[in-house]
Structure formats: structure tokens, C-alpha cells
Design a protein around this ligand. Structure first.
Ligand code: IMP
Length: 238
């Protein structure tokens, strides 16, 4: 119970460090059955950039665990035909394994003139090696000189919270330009100009992108849900 006292007197980040210093993963620690003050939740990803970004959004009331924190090193397959299906599959995969609160995300670029492509296949649109440049070239060549350049990024988050499933969606609409611009970001950022802006996502500072992005919007909804449904003293308020 010495650890539990430490946890209650410190912020979640410090608690995490104390925990690490005892030579256990945080998952092993909580599996010992010791009470904790802060809600622990798994983000079903091994992408460190996403973990950092989301830790920032969720703030101090939640202890966010990555897949490597629970010793899951392998990627979970994403073979479902929709973003919702993939996000749910990943969340269920982890929930079935560890029975802890968990969420997973999936994102796609949906282009109106292409009937919603590349959509759920955004990462592998031009092939299995997930080459962003090749993906962009394929999109631009399919669009050709077409006038309708409307597109949107859509992020879906699947949450399993106390055994129940929830979906959250974040969308940013915009247009696909003819030539790449900018060096920031990743994926389709160099050809996507969000509505109401003149810059592509790849020409923006990360902070600016993060205030309007599909991912930020979806994660703000998740944060708001978690804040409404959970209190730091471990009492549910549903
Ligand atoms: P994921 O579900 O976040 O892994 O995203 C799947 C794919 O969608 C990525 O490999 C990118 O090609 C694309 N994508 C997702 N988010 C973004 C973004 O913010 N900008 C540009 N492309 C993105």
C-alpha cells in the first residue's frame, strides 16, 4: 500500500515515474489490485507521436497507457471495410485481452469526386508499403483536372468504457489542390487545404493544424465524454 499513498499524493505523470522506478510496467502495477486515484485507459497504438499528442489533449486526470506499456508489441490488423470497423476491432482486441478501458482510432481522407476514396485504405492507397508520396500521386492522377476537389479527413475513435462501446467522430472539410505545398505534417497534408484557410496542412505549424484537425476534434469529444463520466476519486457519474 506504500505505492498507493505515493499515487494519491502526486500527479499521474509522477505516479507513472514512481511506478517505473520500481521496475514494473504500469500494467503490472495496477494488476496487483492496489487502489488508484487516476483513471487508467489504454490507447491501442504504438505510435509515440499520437500518444504524446493525445496525452496533451487528455491532460492530468487520466493515466494513458500505450500498447507497449501493456507489453503488446505487435500491430493489430486493420482489415475491416470501414474506419468504424477498424477502430472497434482494435479496441475489442485489447479489451478482450486485458479487460481494461481502452480506445482506438482510425483515420481516412474521403474525396467526394472519388466516391469517398481513399477512405479506409488511405495508408495503403498506392500499395502495401504505405508510401505517402505515391499515395498523393495516385490521388492527384485520379482527380486529373476535375473541378470538384472537395474532401474531408475523418477520424473515428472507438472507446470501450466499463464494457460498453462508444464511437466519436472528428471531421475537417477542405479541398485537394493540384500541386504539393509545404514540408510539415505527414500523409496527404501537402495537398489538403482546410476550409477557410489558404495554407495546406503541410504549410501550417503543428499547433495550428492541431487546433482544427479531424484527430483533435475527435479526441476533444473523447475527452469531454471521459470528463463527464468519470471523477478522479474513482466514482462514476453516469
Ligand atoms: P491512421 O489511421 O491515423 O493511421 O491514418 C491512416 C492514414 O490516413 C495515414 O497513413 C495517412 O495516409 C492518412 N492520414 C491520417 N491522418 C492524417 C493527417 O492528419 N494528415 C494527412 N494524412 C493523414
Amino acid at each position: 500500500m506504500r505505492h498507493a499513498k505515493n499515487l494519491k499524493e502526486t500527479s499521474p505523470n509522477v505516479a507513472y515515474n514512481i511506478n517505473r522506478s520500481k521496475g514494473k510496467t504500469i500494467f503490472e502495477y495496477f494488476c496487483t489490485g492496489i487502489d488508484h486515484m487516476f483513471m487508467q485507459i489504454i490507447f491501442a497504438t504504438n505510435n509515440e507521436n499520437k500518444i504524446r499528442e493525445i496525452r496533451n489533449i487528455l491532460g492530468d486526470s487520466f493515466t494513458l497507457l500505450s500498447l507497449s506499456d501493456i507489453n503488446m508489441k505487435e500491430d493489430i490488423p486493420e482489415n475491416e471495410p470501414t474506419l468504424e470497423g477498424n477502430a472497434l476491432h482494435k479496441a475489442r482486441f485489447i479489451y478482450d485481452a486485458v479487460k481494461m478501458n481502452v480506445f482506438a482510432d482510425d483515420t481516412g481522407l474521403e474525396i467526394e469526386a472519388l466516391g469517398g476514396l481513399p477512405g479506409v485504405n488511405s495508408a495503403r492507397f498506392a500499395g502495401e508499403n504505405k508510401d505517402s508520396q505515391a499515395n498523393i500521386e495516385k490521388v492527384l492522377s485520379m482527380l486529373g483536372t476535375g473541378k470538384n476537389r472537395n474532401a474531408k479527413f475523418r477520424t473515428v475513435i472507438a472507446l470501450i468504457f466499463n464494457g460498453k462501446e462508444y464511437l466519436f467522430e472528428g471531421i475537417v472539410t477542405g479541398t485537394i489542390i493540384n500541386d504539393k505545398r509545404g514540408k510539415e505534417g505527414f500523409g496527404y497534408d501537402p495537398v489538403f487545404v482546410p476550409e477557410g484557410k489558404n495554407l495546406t496542412f503541410a504549410e501550417m505549424e503543428l499547433d495550428e493544424k492541431n487546433t482544427i484537425s479531424h484527430r483533435a476534434r475527435a479526441f476533444e469529444k473523447l475527452k469531454s465524454f471521459l470528463s463527464r463520466h468519470y471523477m478522479p476519486d474513482n466514482k462514476e457519474v453516469i
